[in-house]
Design a protein around this ligand. Structure first.
Ligand code: NAP
Length: 312
């Protein structure tokens, strides 16, 4: 009973692939939230009040305390601003915005309104990430290699927004690797150079090679590719004086010198919502733009190579 009284009433905005695959099941299993409604231009969730816009949902559902934005990044800022201005706590799917600067404005607005803004990075909640961070904290790191490759047709069927400005292209999955790297590596790093392969008929890259380093000159190499139809490769390897740490399957598997480490089951989205709840109850925000900043740097420094047209 006490739990029910303290439940946070929440609405989902943007009922697409990730809302259905992850947000709805995670919210159904989290007693700290009660899912009250959803807003999406066309898609509906059976059994839930539905509105075709965030504005209509806010007008009708006065009791809502929080919204979770699962829309494409290009519309995220306007929706987050509207929700914060209406006094709601806001969780942002990754990436937190279409530009770095707009996210800072949202953080300021959340502060002014005394509301929580949570810029979520689901891959940081993969079970191997915190163990990797702890193991690397005291280690001498020689080099880092990231391979983040998947089939765009499998993971983004019929999505045109990923090919438009602000849609990130292959950085849409690649930013997950960057969100893990910025969490597990003990020192800040920065981009030195990048190669971007862009389909002749699209605005965003289908593949990217990135070369980063840190203040000690550590080589950090990343390859992102969407033209990979041989299963997913979502892997980070860190070579250290004490052996090679490997996070595989997007952080669900951790090995050190090929010996598996016990890290528990995958529960990225339940863990994200637990964190959002914790932030709301503590009256805090969590907004880290570093992964998005690295993508912006790649767009600034990247050498573009046109490749054959791609039809989504
Ligand atoms: P998606 O399948 O294209 O879904 C996006 C949904 O947003 C669409 O269904 C669309 O609703 C809705 N939408 C578009 N404009 C809207 C607006 N102005 N107001 C309300 N709803 C609007 O995309 P997705 O794959 O779910 O990705 C959404 C976000 O989640 C992206 O930032 C992505 O990076 C992130 N993400 C995706 C995955 C994944 O595996 N797909 C994983 C983690 C994170 P209608 O259907 O009603 O038109």
């Amino acid at each position: 009973m006490h739990r029910e009284l303290t439940q946070v009433s929440i609405g989902i905005v943007g009922v697409g692939k990730i809302a259905r695959d992850q947000h709805l099941p995670a919210l159904a299993a989290e007693p700290g939230f009660s899912l009250a409604a959803c807003a999406s231009p066309h898609s509906r969730v059976e059994g839930l009040p539905h509105y075709t816009s965030l504005e209509a949902m806010l007008a009708a559902e006065q009791e809502l305390q929080a919204v979770s934005l699962c829309t494409p990044p290009q519309v995220r800022f306007a929706q987050a601003r509207t929700a914060l201005a209406a006094g709601k706590h806001v969780m942002l799917e990754k990436p937190p915005g279409a530009s770095v600067s707009e996210v800072a404005l949202l953080a300021e607005l959340a502060r002014e309104r005394g509301r929580t803004l949570f810029a979520s990075w689901h891959s940081r909640h993969a079970p191997g990430v915190e163990a990797a961070r702890a193991w690397l904290a005291e280690r001498a790191i020689f080099s880092v290699d990231v391979q983040w490759k998947e089939d765009v047709r499998r993971w983004h069927p019929n999505q045109q927004w990923i090919w438009e400005p602000g849609g990130l292209g292959v950085f849409d999955p690649g930013i997950n690797a960057l969100s893990i790297l910025t969490r597990i590596l003990p020192r800040a790093f920065f981009l030195k150079s990048a190669d971007l392969w862009v389909p002749a008929n699209q605005q965003t890259p289908i593949a990217a090679n990135l070369s980063f380093t840190d203040a000690r000159g550590t080589p950090i190499h990343a390859e992102f590719d969407w033209r990979h139809d041989a299963g997913e490769l979502w892997q980070i390897e860190v070579a250290t004086r004490d052996g090679t740490l490997r996070l595989a399957q997007g952080g669900k598997e951790l090995t050190i010198d090929r010996v598996g480490i016990e890290i528990g089951p995958e529960r990225e989205y339940p863990s994200l919502y637990a964190r959002f709840l914790e932030l709301i109850h503590a009256g805090q925000s969590d907004v880290d733009v570093r992964p998005l900043q690295h993508v912006a740097d790649a767009m600034l420094l990247g050498r573009r190579h046109p490749v054959e047209p791609f039809e989504p």
